[in-house]
Design a protein around this ligand. Structure first.
Ligand SMILES: Cc1cc2nc3c(=O)[nH]c(=O)nc-3n(C[C@H](O)[C@H](O)[C@H](O)COP(=O)(O)OP(=O)(O)OC[C@H]3O[C@@H](n4cnc5c(N)ncnc54)[C@H](O)[C@@H]3O)c2cc1C
Length: 463
């Protein structure tokens, strides 16, 4: 006989497990079905293990700079296997934590592959056979996987996707990274810091193309200073694979050149996991591999919701979790608030870090705003200089008419931790007046957030 629940969540990534826990907290009987690993891509193959790798690279980079701080670290090296083992260990610690949290909240976890044969019904193929479940509400949180372009498909030997790059079979000497979004640039930063001669190819006219144009330019300057080669408006047309090298045909400005590498990382985006679930039969609308939803994550099929990466951009863990919480509260009859796309921060943990929220200056102008723009450089901040991190900038964009904070854009040390200040400001619909009134502790990098706002109104003190 089918087991009945109030809510069945398919997928235990940051979207699914958070939705399951929140629904259980609200008194609902919840099942969470997962085919591979609790924690999803984020904890196993995404956010967390990449940050563990990048931390090793950051420590290594600081050791290289020891002299700048009056220290000597003459004999130091890295052991890639140990760096990777640490990253895998961090991922494992966190995924077992998710198992513990689900258990604590009395969520029934079923390990297996789910399909939805009819509205309100879920079939799960497990190691032992199959299980039938029913529920009035189903939350689809099946996530996404790496996009593969024809001819550039990863093979795990010389051409890698993010999973291969997280458990690399060798240390690249000459690395090509295809794509300069967050994933591509983070891997480029990691391997470049550890000594790989790194080239990044970006089809758009600048690296990190979703960021504010000035931030891209500053980030590029720093990447190049660290020895990376950046090719913009360039396309990798094909890869010729040999036993120990790959020859890439790269087209720029109408010319094609052939360059040799020993390793290639393909980071050309992701596609939603929408297949083999029975969605077409249910009449769920799919647009370019993503489930189409309204602002409450409703699919149009009664009782079926889609959250996180499977429901489209931005492909970020915190967006998935926020949607998970919102849908659980909606199902439980609470006053749920749809997520505001312009309040979702984006962070890239390369060196230097990049973080942003809201509209870029160009997008704000495109949207018809007359803007006031503030900028403050790291070189004007005491803490940045004390840290030995004088490169970077904080830029703020305001509606000139109302003072509404439209966007904030940062490049430099620790900005992924700073951006949250502006996110809170945006959520509270703050204007320049409240931000100027706020007291920022000294000496901190956060003072630059204040100064950037002041600068938009001609009042910056330290620059
Ligand atoms: C290298 C890399 C680095 C990243 N870094 C960051 C970062 O720093 N910050 C950030 O915010 N985001 C980052 N991301 C993106 C982040 O990982 C995703 O946005 C996030 O994992 C999406 O969560 P989700 O719950 O929607 O899906 P996922 O995490 O993909 O989880 C979906 C789960 O569903 C399961 N599943 C799929 N189909 C079925 C089925 N039929 N039955 C049962 N289970 C199923 C899958 O096994 C998976 O565990 C990164 C991604 C990558 C690849």
């Amino acid at each position: 006989m089918a087991q009945n629940f109030d809510v069945i969540v398919i997928g235990a990534g940051p979207g699914g497990y958070v939705a399951a826990i929140r629904a259980a907290q609200l008194g609902l009987k919840v099942a969470c079905v997962e085919r591979e690993h609790l924690g999803g891509i984020c904890l196993n193959w995404g956010c967390i293990p990449t940050k563990a790798l990048l931390r090793s690279a950051e420590v290594y980079h600081l050791m290289e700079r020891a002299k700048d701080f009056g220290l000597s670290a003459e004999k130091f090296d890295y052991d890639l296997d140990k760096v990777v083992a640490r990253s895998r260990g961090v991922a494992k610690q966190l995924t077992s934590g998710v198992g513990h949290l689900l258990k604590k909240n009395k969520v029934t976890v079923i390990m297996g592959t789910a399909t939805i044969p009819a509205p309100g019904k879920v079939s799960v193929k497990t190691e032992k056979g199959s299980e039938e479940l029913t529920a009035k509400n189903i939350i689809l949180a099946t996530g996404a996987r790496a996009r593969e372009l024809p001819g550039l498909e990863p093979d795990g030997k010389r051409v890698w996707n993010y999973k291969h790059a997280l458990k690399p079979p060798h240390m690249p000497k000459k690395l090509l990274v295809i794509g300069s979004g967050a994933i591509g640039i983070e891997f480029a930063s990691f391997f470049n810091t550890l000594g790989a001669e790194t080239t990044v190819v970006e089809v758009m006219d600048r690296v990190l193309p979703v960021e504010d144009a000035e931030i891209s330019v500053l980030a590029k300057k720093q990447f190049e200073k660290q020895g990376m080669k950046i090719m913009e408006k360039a396309t990798v047309k094909s890869l010729e694979r040999g036993a120990d090298k790959v020859t890439a045909s790269i087209e720029t400005g109408g010319k094609t050149e052939k360059l040799e590498f020993d390793t290639v990382i393909s980071a050309v985006g992701i596609v939603g996991n929408v297949e083999d679930l029975g969605l077409e039969k249910l009449g769920v609308k799919i647009d370019r591999t993503h489930v189409v939803t309204d602002e409450y994550c409703r699919t149009g099929v009664d009782g079926l919701y889609a959250i996180g990466d499977v429901a489209g951009a931005p492909w970020l863990a915190h967006k998935a979790s926020h949607e998970g919480t919102m849908v659980a509260e909606l199902i439980a009859g609470q006053n749920a608030h749809p997520i505001k796309p312009n309040s979702i921060p984006g962070c890239t943990y390369c060196n230097p870090q990049v973080a942003s929220v809201g509209l870029t200056e160009a997008k704000a102008k495109e949207a018809g705003y007359k803007v006031k723009v503030g900028k403050f450089p790291f070189i004007g901040n005491g803490k940045a200089i004390a840290l030995g991190e004088p490169e970077g900038m904080i830029k703020t964009v305001f509606d000139a008419k109302t003072g509404e904070l439209l966007g904030a854009h940062m490049v430099g040390a620790e900005v992924t931790e700073l951006i949250q200040g502006y996110v809170v400001g945006k959520t509270l619909e703050t204007t320049e007046a409240e931000l100027m009134e706020s007291v920022f502790p000294h000496p901190t990098l956060s003072e630059m957030m204040h100064e950037s706002v002041l600068s938009a109104y001609g009042r910056a003190i330290h620059f």
